[in-house]
Write a protein that binds this ligand. Sequence first.
Ligand SMILES: [Zn+2]
Ligand SMILES: [Zn+2]
Length: 140
Amino acid sequence: MNDAVQIPAEGHCQCGQNVVQLLGPAKWVAHCHCLNCQHAHGAVMVTWAGYTDGAYVIDEANTEWYSSSPEAQRGRCKHCGSPMYFRSTRWPGELHIARVFLLDNSIPPPQAHVFCHSTPAWMTNQNDIPHFEQLPNKNA
Ligand SMILES: [Zn+2]
Ligand SMILES: [Zn+2]
């Protein structure tokens, strides 16, 4: 028994039909602000966890791939459309998995923000605006 081998952890899409197994630790975790990620996810940034080939098993039968640029492909759940995966000739031998779909609490927190030149100006100082646990109480 090798203590370095982690217990397989699961992740899944919104509808639960696209499941991912993790067989090893994430190589890195980072927030990507690039325009392709923004448009593919309809979000201001995407938090990715990078896994070396062999450290994950994805559900190819329930994954639909498309080219988001000449060198990159993105994989989404065939049923609910959850944007889960990214791979590119720029990072051979690696799969990037959108962190929100992974349930493994041992994955380290993100270490960096990348491609911040694409962060919209309206995102500046957003930590300074009010944050509410749920919706603000109108009567407060
Ligand atoms: Zn799904
Ligand atoms: Zn990106």
